[in-house]
Design a protein around this ligand. Structure first.
Ligand code: GCO
Ligand code: MG
Length: 397
């Protein structure tokens, strides 16, 4: 089956998404992939159309591994986020094609199901801590969530989450996370008191803390039993992760900023983390995610794939297929999307009582309504930056 066209669909239904659509010489069979990269979508689109499209047209859509290696190694320059996101969009579209040809849902090609439903968690968001505390309680009581996720932030939000803001310049948040460690600890403890002992609480420290501050927070939270602490420190220095692991017993989920299998390796093979949570888009798609998942399984490490709402329902669907077919699945971030997104992207996991479900359909199970996508044109957007009030210098957002 030959690749006859590689198209991009860049659209902004609430926030920017970049889709890659691969057509084949069978007019009935095409594949859809997600290549969204919050704040840098145009760069991924340009790479795809200018450099990758001409190489792919005429290739056999069946040879996913060959195409993966061609894009990864064939460019000589190894992948950063731009290359890996484009590679992912193409990789997902090719798996979609393969599964559609077989007439099977993607999970079946990944080995079949070991579970039917996927345990998930949702973000507790709000403008003030009071609002978030109310939200956490209602998530458990009314929505049936078994696990909820908090995020390190100011008691009252003065910024944006970055994922839903359409902006002309990066917004600036003025706070120094290092000075707010005690406030973060109090916030977690209050939520634990409200939701009770049986609810899992994830705390996303969002790469904001130095190793010693992260350890301080984590050790204070140990008696309150966090489900895991997410990305306590920046990912750049593997020795820092080692040091955090050596000084705390709290479960660690790590890796949403990793860009490849090799970046994941030290944390996995040394067991410096308990949950690998890289983003399937950022590490090069399904082909790479299944290799990382297999290495993690070897080391008794579970998966918690990154699933924010700045990746599209196509990625959420891929996460779902990975999760139902993997022995070492841990938990999934639920990535709730609003109704305008559903106008553009058809399909994707459906939430009920703490779990995600999907109906069986050939392929990944998603499609793009291209007319609807055109109604929501791309708008430039940035992830915010964070500056320390004491001297105005930049810190991790
Ligand atoms: C998460 C993440 C996101 C990121 C976002 C940046 O755990 O879901 O930390 O919310 O901030 O993906 O674009
Ligand atoms: Mg996170």
């Amino acid at each position: 089956m030959k690749i006859t066209e590689v198209k991009t669909i860049l659209t902004c239904p609430k926030q920017n998404y970049l889709f890659i659509k691969i057509m084949t010489d069978d007019p009935k069979i095409y594949g859809i992939g997600d290549a969204s990269l919050n704040g840098r979508e145009k760069a991924v689109e340009d790479l795809t159309l200018e450099y990758l499209r001409p190489m792919l047209i005429g290739m056999d859509a069946d040879n996913i591994e060959e195409i993966w290696q061609l894009i990864y190694r064939g460019s000589y320059w190894r992948g950063g986020n731009i290359i890996m996101s484009a590679l992912c969009g193409i990789d997902m579209a090719l798996w979609d094609i393969k599964a559609k040809r077989a007439g099977l849902p993607l999970y079946s090609l990944l080995g079949g199901k070991v579970r039917d439903k996927v345990l998930c968690y949702s973000h507790v968001l709000g403008k003030t801590n009071e609002e978030k505390i109310e939200k956490a309680a209602s998530f458990v009581k009314d929505k049936g969530l078994k696990v909820i996720r908090l995020r390190a932030g100011l008691p009252s939000a003065n910024g944006t989450l970055g994922s839903d803001a359409v902006q002309n310049m990066p917004k600036t948040e003025d706070w120094d996370p290092e000075f707010w460690a005690d406030a973060m600890i109090d916030y977690f403890i209050r939520i634990r008191e409200v939701v009770g002992r049986e609810v899992g609480i994830i705390f996303d420290l969002h790469e904001r803390f130095s190793p010693e501050r992260a350890v301080y927070i984590m050790n204070k939270l140990e008696p309150y039993n966090p489900f895991f602490i997410e990305d306590p420190i920046a990912p750049d220095c593997a020795e820092s992760l080692k040091s955090v692991r050596e000084h705390t017993n709290v479960p660690i989920a790590f890796g949403e900023l990793y860009k490849s299998r090799w970046e994941c390796l030290p944390g996995i093979t040394n067991r410096w983390l308990d949950f690998i949570r890289c983003d399937i888009i950022r590490i090069g798609g399904i082909t790479e995610a299944k290799k990382i998942q297999a290495i993690a399984e070897t080391y008794d490490i579970k998966t918690a794939w990154h699933g924010p709402n700045d990746v599209s329902p196509v990625t959420h669907a891929v996460n779902w297929h990975m999760n139902v077919s993997a022995y070492n699945f841990g938990i999934q971030e639920d990535g709730t999307v609003d109704d305008t997104v559903k106008e553009v992207v058809k399909g994707g996991p459906v939430y009920k009582d703490g779990y995600l479900y999907m109906e069986d359909a050939p392929g990944i199970g998603c499609d793009i309504d291209e007319d609807a996508a055109r109604r929501y044109p791309y708008k430039r957007a940035y992830i915010p930056v964070c500056r320390r009030p004491l001297d105005g210098s930049l810190c991790d957002w």
